[in-house]
Design a protein around this ligand. Structure first.
Ligand code: FAD
Length: 310
């Protein structure tokens, strides 16, 4: 059965926080496999990310914490990983992170950890160094305790179907992914892309190279030409000219919404038909578009309560 999961980013102000928690209720009600929360490179959003993750820990949906390691010393990275584990998090998306804005070409921005693979190893090491056993209550015997082995962490990593912008070749991207799995990663989530063949070709190459972990395609419903341009600028993906033309030709927000949902639904169906194990949906902290796509693919029947009341 195909899975689905969502990505959020931490709110930047009180109004955004209010809007996020409204959407979060709808996203949680859709019962995804997990909800991941992004993390600003160099820890710039640490507290805000942890706030959303702590909230998710009170719901039925497991949270996944993104962590970046760019610019950190080993001891800083270790402290942050401990803080997240102490909060109760057992699922991470380990990332290297991008250079700070304004930094010059070269690897000077990197700290002690030079790649996401090294962060994967460090998370496993910090987890293993913690008390390997904890005490659990025994049902029916209030004063009795039994030892249970510590929980294993899930560690996801990023994958780039059309290549990381700094990568020199497809082989380098495949080697990096393989190295991250060898370091202990057990799930990959892809950068967004616009054509199902990009993902299907990449996963075939990854399997041939020896990657065995699940590779979830990242899917983003894009609802305006401006956002499409921003995403292309951010990711270095090639502009999907047909989608741009259709979004630009649509004259009202409703018409643009319909174009974006139709494109994301077609992409999702092609991915699932091609054998993708599920969908990881980038939400932009809103529930409407991703739930529309999931309903159109038949992966969920959750009704948007706001639309029901309207
Ligand atoms: P790595 O796996 O370490 O490597 C990235 C690429 O760089 C590889 O293709 C590799 O071939 C190449 N490379 C590695 N080492 C070298 C080297 N020494 N020389 C040349 N090339 C090299 N960023 C954030 O700041 N916060 C987030 O929350 C966040 N979430 C993300 C979620 C997803 C699903 C994805 C796909 C990306 C996310 N990013 C996030 C962006 C990510 O941090 C950047 O893409 C970053 O540039 C690379 O991170 P990585 O973990 O892929 O790095």
């Amino acid at each position: 059965m195909a899975t689905y999961s969502f990505e959020l980013y931490p709110p930047r102000n009180a109004a955004a926080e209010l809007a996020l928690y409204e959407s979060l209720g709808q996203l949680v009600a859709a019962a995804p496999e997990f909800i991941s929360v992004t993390y600003g490179a160099s820890g710039s959003s640490g507290e805000a990310s942890l706030g959303v993750l702590r909230h998710l820990l009170t719901t039925a949906v497991p949270p996944m914490a993104h962590l970046t390691c760019v610019g950190w010393t080993y001891s800083e990275a270790t402290r942050v990983i401990r803080e997240f584990l102490d909060a109760g998090l057992t699922s991470f998306l380990a990332l290297r992170g991008d250079p700070p804005v304004g930094s010059v070409e070269g690897d000077d921005f990197l700290g002690d950890l030079k790649s996401a693979g090294e962060l994967v190893q460090l998370i496993h090491r910090v987890q293993a160094e913690r008390v390997p056993f904890s005490q659990e209550s025994v049902p029916g015997f209030p004063s009795a305790k039994r030892l249970s082995s510590g929980k294993k962490v899930t560690i996801a990593v990023a994958a780039f179907p059309n290549g990381h912008p700094r990568s020199r070749s497809v082989e380098q991207d495949l080697d990096t992914l393989l190295a991250k799995e060898a370091a202990g990663a057990n799930l990959a989530i892809t950068q967004l892309f616009f054509h199902a063949e990009d993902y299907l070709r990449f996963t075939e190459q990854a399997r041939a190279a020896g990657v065995t972990m699940r590779i979830l395609p990242g899917v983003m419903p894009i609802l305006s030409p401006e956002r499409l341009q921003r995403m292309v600028d951010l990711t270095g993906e090639r502009m999907p000219v047909e989608l741009l033309a259709r979004l630009s030709a649509a004259e009202t927000p409703d018409a643009r919404y319909a174009v974006g949902i139709e494109h994301a639904t077609r992409l999702s169906n092609d991915l699932l038909d091609g054998g993708a194990p599920g969908l990881h949906l980038y939400t932009f902290n809103r529930h409407e578009a991703v739930l529309s796509v999931l309903r159109a693919t038949g992966l969920t029947t959750t009704i948007d309560a706001n639309k029901e009341q309207a």
